[in-house]
Design a protein. Sequence first.
Lengths: 449, 237
Amino acid sequence: MPKPGLFRSVFGRVTLSALLVSLLSTLALYLVVRQIVDNDGRAMLARGVDTDLAGLADIFVSGGHAELQARMADRFAVHRQDGEQVWYLLADANGRRMAGNLDRWPAIAPEVSEARFVALPGGERMFARATRLGPDARLVVGHSDHRGRALQARLAMAFATAGALIAMFSLLAGHFAARRLRERVEAVNATFAAVRAGHIEARALAVGDSDELTELAVNTNAMLDQVERLIQAQRAVSDQTAHEIRTPLMHLDTRILKAMEVTQDEVLLRTLEQSRAEIRGVVRLLDSLLDIAGTQAMRGDLRGLAEINLSDIAENLSDLYGASAEELGIGFHARIAPGILFRADPMQMMRLLSNLLDNGFKYVPSGGNVSLELTAGPRIVVQDDGPGIPLADRRRIFERYVRLDGAPDGGHGLGLSLALAIAERHELSLHVEDAAPGARFVVQPEEGS
Amino acid sequence: MAQSDPISVLLVEDDAGARANIAAILSSAGMRVEQAEDGPTGLHRAGSGGHDVIILDRMLPYLSGIDVVTRMRVAGVGAPVLMLSALGRSEHRVEGLESGVDDYLAKPFEPDELVARVRALWRRASQRGSHDPVLLFGDLECHVKARTAFRQGRHLPLSPKEFELFRYLMDHAGEVVTREMLLRHVWKLSFDPQTNVVDVNVGRLRRKLEEGFDSPVLETVWGTGYRLIARTEPASA
């Protein structure tokens, strides 16, 4: 299996999530602080503007129009060090300028003494409040907000820098933590890979912190121990079964042979010979069953498999079966691509081919055709033009003991089961399809392998 | 076949019934049989030497048959070993053959098959090192290097596989050769296909060996296998 990419690896995703969370929290913190600073700055501006406005209103009340204009001119003359600026506009009831440094009345309502930020034509911004001084005079006072804006810029810069540092640290910390975890998980995965490659004795290293990953390694090892025990038990049981059944059968066979030696009775001799043939049948049945079970247990177990030349094996078998075909009056055609290499147990591959060919020859009547085709993949096709296999039976025929109606005598219906077990052991699939007419058995690599 | 010096066999088998039966079969085939009932005893007797063929049961008490073979080989015992086993699956056969055993026979077996295997092993061991370029039997000739066959001096047109089959039969001329032996040595198969492919292939060879000649040379031993036979009166050659 290929290694997952950054976004598919659980550790990559954990690292990226940590990064995202730290960036989002930095952003949230920045927004809160900016809001507080904004509110505070606005309150301070409002206080300054209000004090200024109240002072000017007092002057208007006490000194009238001229006095107010004189005081406003005084204030324009003051050049402030911090660059902050003031704006005043004294206007009549229609908003026409009477005095001040603003040309036009801004969009502020003097009737309700409204206060707000107002954009100036030069692109600048001021915080201003307007009020009515009398029936035909109104005044607006505005202060610039350079300090507040500078503060906000500094704040943004500070948070951006802090955010970058936090992101870097969380990435680094996540990377190192994830790397350590990944190494430990990969050690467990490597153990499974070794077991699959045939090293059933491989175990994961379960040392270090007694955390969940140690537990995973310990559980992995316990499970592998159990698998190993099961494999041994399966072998032991099948060996013992074979031994316990074959030994008495051999004694029985010997006894029958001895009885045959002392009789001349033709009928009895035939009966006894039939009994011996039945003993052989039982032994073959036992072997086939154990072969199927043993092969199924080895599924995915690549031990003892070497690169073999499948073409040579197919040639050898087509030679063996070609003669049979001629004798049976069956046309046999082999199309074998040369030099097809495959990692397999050679004897089992011979068995697979031979069982498929046996099956073809069994069902094809004289005058029919059987073909064997081997191409790269490896893809093996054994096809006949016999009666074919009904759709409903195309899966069932690979089950044990299944023999279709009209099958010739002999055989226990295990040949195709063993062929399937062998194919699957080698990560190949085996299925049958309609060859119209006849049956086509196809062996090819399993999907996804 | 007449032998001045009978084949000497060491039989290691724990099952008393089977041991007596096998010894009887071998003795009646004219072989001399020494018996042992477990691995250590068998190993000891094999060490004293003088056996042409050793027959070992695979499942022995104390020391398994495979362990016995391994130790015998380490101790320098070179006699060919035929392993008898109640484990007859092809997987076991391959495992046995890979462990240094020369031949493998599953129980139950035909008495003729056992005799044929022991003879074949003995012959192979006694011929070791000799590479006759031409094998002769009766009026048959097998030219090993040229891969050609003759009967009564007439060339027989054999296919490559037919020649290998013929050569194997010539190697064991006069002896019974079983289907399993042919499958294993000619087609490298350690299992028996369900159809009678061996009989068919031997039948074709027989036709080539016998058609146009007045006497049979390849006889079927019912239930066991085949045997090349020479005419009772010696051939003119």
